[in-house]
Structures are given as structure tokens and as C-alpha cells.
Design a protein around this ligand. Structure first.
Ligand code: ZN
Length: 215
């Protein structure tokens, strides 16, 4: 078993982020094999971890909260001081989220949509950095970075490199805001996806579609 050396020092993490921004990934990135439409889970009852009350949420939201919650647990297991604030999804607590207004939160608010807030700090004396994101990929990116990996596997089973996701790490972790973000590499030519493979947009369209009536 190889021993993983987890860096928890903010300055050292910034140094690593700068290295990632200034270099290119030299490995091979595997495109995922997902060519099926994922089954949209049905709405479910959600028990708020703060107040214990129950709210019914869409299957899409339930799935994301669970996936992100697990990733945040993994980040905590590495030894980081992290919290996931789910209160906006609770019909009883959402109001109380107002108390973080005035704190600088990174990320654009999408009006009328509940959001998860990720909090992290690198030492006890600092305030938490707060970022908003409902995307499991952003958290996977953070977990990979803090584990010392160079890549992560996104929701569509594609391997992605952290070198191309510097902005997400800056946003989520609040480190190295001055590190210049390298230009995005040229992607494959735009056009329809290869036969048998759905585009990410198609899959998202299906996932976001309101489920038909339950029975
Ligand atoms: Zn609640």
C-alpha cells in the first residue's frame, strides 16, 4: 500500500495549486462509457440534519445531497475542518440561512433554487471559507486535490484533470486567488456526440425534467 501524504497547510496547498496551473497533465484521460440514460429517482422525504423535520424533495436534489454529503465526509476523513450546510433544502430551516448573509460567499446565486454551502478552514483561528455549489463534480475535484491526485472521475464517468479545473479549486477552497487560470484546452470539434453516446446536455435534460406523476 502506498502511503498518501496529505497536505493540510494552506500555503503548501496554494503551492500545489500553482504547480497544477502551470503544468499540463501528461497522462491519458479516459472518456467515460456512459451511454445510457440514468434512471431519475422519485421524490423522497428528506430529514433535515439540523432540525429533524421532514421535507419532500425531488429525486434529483436527494441524489445530489447524498452524493455531496459522502464526498464531504471523505474530505473530513482526510483531516480537514469542513462542513456542508444543507439548510436551504429544509422547509423549516431555509429562513435561518439568512444569517450567513453578509459573509462573502463564492459562486453565483441562482434565484429561487436551494443551494448547498461548503465551508472549509485550514486552521482554527481562521473564518470558514464559504462556497456555494450543488454540483458533485466540484466536490470530487476538491477531494482529488486534497488527496494529492491529479485527476477525478466526473458524474459521466469521464476522467478529468485538475490542471483544467483550477478555477473550481480556487472557488471551493478560497486558496490561490491570484494564480492565473490557464486557458481551456481546445476540446474535440463541436458536433453531435458519437453514435450511441448521449451528450452531457441530453443526460442533464433528462435528469432535470420533472418526473412524470408517480404511479
Ligand atoms: Zn431543518
Amino acid at each position: 500500500m502506498t502511503e498518501i501524504n496529505i497536505i493540510t497547510d494552506r500555503a503548501e496547498l496554494e503551492e500545489r495549486l500553482r504547480e497544477l496551473a502551470e503544468t499540463e497533465y501528461t497522462g491519458i484521460l479516459n472518456p467515460g462509457a456512459m451511454c445510457y440514460v440514468p434512471v431519475m429517482p422519485k421524490p423522497e422525504e428528506y430529514t433535515c440534519p439540523v432540525c429533524g423535520n421532514i421535507t419532500t424533495l425531488s429525486g434529483y436534489n436527494i441524489r445530489n445531497i447524498r452524493a455531496i454529503g459522502e464526498i464531504v465526509e471523505n474530505i473530513r476523513d482526510l483531516g480537514f475542518d469542513v462542513q456542508l450546510d444543507e439548510r436551504e433544502f429544509c422547509g423549516f430551516c431555509a429562513e435561518s440561512v439568512k444569517d450567513i448573509e453578509g459573509v462573502e460567499v463564492v459562486g453565483k446565486r441562482i434565484e429561487g433554487r436551494p443551494e448547498l454551502f461548503f465551508r472549509i478552514r485550514f486552521d482554527e483561528d481562521s473564518d470558514y471559507h464559504i462556497a456555494r455549489s450543488n454540483f458533485p463534480d466540484h466536490y470530487k475535484c476538491v477531494l482529488a486535490f486534497l488527496t494529492g491526485d491529479e485527476t477525478y472521475t466526473n458524474d459521466f464517468d469521464d476522467t478529468r484533470t485538475l490542471h483544467d479545473n483550477i478555477e473550481i479549486l480556487q472557488k471551493m477552497l478560497g486558496i490561490g486567488p491570484d494564480i492565473p487560470v490557464p486557458p481551456k484546452p481546445e476540446g474535440p470539434p463541436k458536433g453531435p456526440p458519437p453514435a450511441g453516446r448521449l451528450s452531457n446536455k441530453d443526460i442533464l435534460g433528462v435528469l432535470r425534467k420533472k418526473p412524470d406523476s408517480d404511479d
